[in-house]
Write a protein that binds this ligand. Structure first.
Ligand code: PLP
Length: 395
């Protein structure tokens, strides 16, 4: 009899979003007609920008005629998109060649697939609180996981620790769920650590476009030595509203080698074996994001989310509550008041003011006692939620 991958047994139930949905449903059933203010969602609410929509329409039309029809796309991505992305890096002073850009159907896919490059015996370090998929993808592959806690004392931006040994280092900056962003100096310490130990950093830059502080790094390749120790995984999901359209890109530098193996060449081999590329239409839509017009329009949308963040931050400032994030990320991570636990605070907000957020504990044990607000809702709802929060907590 075939033996399934028994590591799936080691997965913990992913109860976070299920639990939230259940608790919310029960509350609505018991209180019909109440309007809940949903401040927990990690999905965008604004539509794709005009430049993207126009490009998508044009690409659909091209597919209708034998002269302009496109069949299979190159597995690693269409040249027109890889070049645009390389130019986008160049505009920030980072040199990346188009062949180092791999077009993907999203960061989640890549975060799982990229593990094919590393031996199952390698261990993974996850800086927590973290996006739950990092842990689960490694559990499925049977890898040892090392959890590195962070907390208020380091602003949820921990330094590498010589006692912690791991081969793959997961770093997400701007961070989901905390909204914290590593400074150049802090990120450099991780790059130096990875080079010193022969580790590889998987840098999740899904939220880079939300950075407004000009001193903060958008890409790990802004740091010296990153080309010999890092892979950067990016997504158009949050930055350009592609959560339902699906498009991302991954940068694997040619200099990245371990044990005499070139990870860039391995990834080319992997992609050409396991994918047949991303749809022409979607790549055309994605290329529009990297035009002047597209950049202007996506930043107008990002600004809408940033205004929501400001509203929430003002409320928390007024309440003198500790929080991080919001300024350079679409998430705000607050400390629950009066020593409340994450789920206790979730219930309190749901029952007292009908506001739904995300309990920090769902992102790792060190998230207990914290709570995540997302800024992807409407301004109207965000204002209302902020007002209710101020009223409730200043009692
Ligand atoms: C939303 C998100 C992504 C994006 O995933 P996609 O598969 O591209 O939609 C990646 N990393 C983090 C931390 C996220 O929150």
């Amino acid at each position: 009899m075939i033996r399934p991958n028994m590591h799936y047994k080691e997965l913990k139930d992913s109860y976070l979003f299920y639990n939230i949905a259940q608790k919310t449903k029960t509350y609505i059933e018991e209180h019909p007609g109440t309007k809940l203010l949903k401040m927990g969602i990690g999905d965008v609410s604004l539509p794709l920008c005009d430049a993207v929509i126009q490009a998508l329409h044009e690409a659909v039309e091209e597919q209708a005629s034998p002269k302009s029809f496109h069949g299979y796309m190159p597995e690693c991505g269409a040249a027109f998109l890889r070049e645009r992305i390389a130019k986008y890096y160049e505009s920030r002073g980072v040199s990346v060649s188009p062949e180092e850009v791999f077009v993907s159907s999203g960061a989640s896919d890549e975060l799982g697939d990229i593990l094919d490059l590393f031996a199952c015996s390698s261990s993974a370090l996850v800086v927590e609180p973290a996006y739950p998929a990092y842990v689960d993808a490694n559990v499925m592959a049977g890898r040892k996981i090392v959890h590195l806690d962070s907390g208020e004392e380091n602003g949820f931006l921990p330094e590498p620790n010589e006692e912690v040994k791991a081969d793959l280092l997961y770093i997400c900056s701007p961070n989901n769920p905390t909204g914290a962003v590593f400074s150049r100096k802090q990120l450099q310490a991780w790059v130096d650590f990875a080079n010193k130990h022969g580790a590889v950093i998987l840098f999740d830059a899904a939220y880079e476009a939300f950075i407004e502080d000009e001193t903060l790094p958008h890409s790990i390749f802004e740091l010296d030595g990153a080309r010999t120790c890092a892979i950067e995984i990016c997504s158009l999901s949050k930055t350009a509203g592609f959560t339902g359209t699906r498009l991302g890109y991954t940068i694997v530098p040619k200099e990245l080698e371990r044990n005499g193996m070139c990870l860039h060449e391995m990834w080319v081999r992997n992609r050409t074996t396991k994918t047949n590329g991303v749809s022409y239409i979607i790549q055309k839509g994605g290329a529009a994001v990297f035009t002047e017009e597209g950049q202007k329009q996506i930043h107008e949308n990002i600004q809408v989310y940033k205004n929501n963040a400001k509203v929430l931050m003002q409320a928390l400032d007024k309440l003198e509550v500790w929080y991080c994030g919001g300024k350079n990320a679409p998430y705000i991570w607050m400390k629950c008041p009066n020593g409340m636990g994450s789920w206790e605070f979730f219930d309190y907000l749901l029952h007292e003011i009908q506001v739904v957020g995300t309990p920090g504990e769902g992102f790792g044990a060190c998230g207990e006692g914290y709570f995540r607000f997302s800024t992807f809702g409407s301004l109207e709802d965000t204002k209302e939620a902020a007002e209710r929060l101020v009223k409730l907590l200043s009692k």
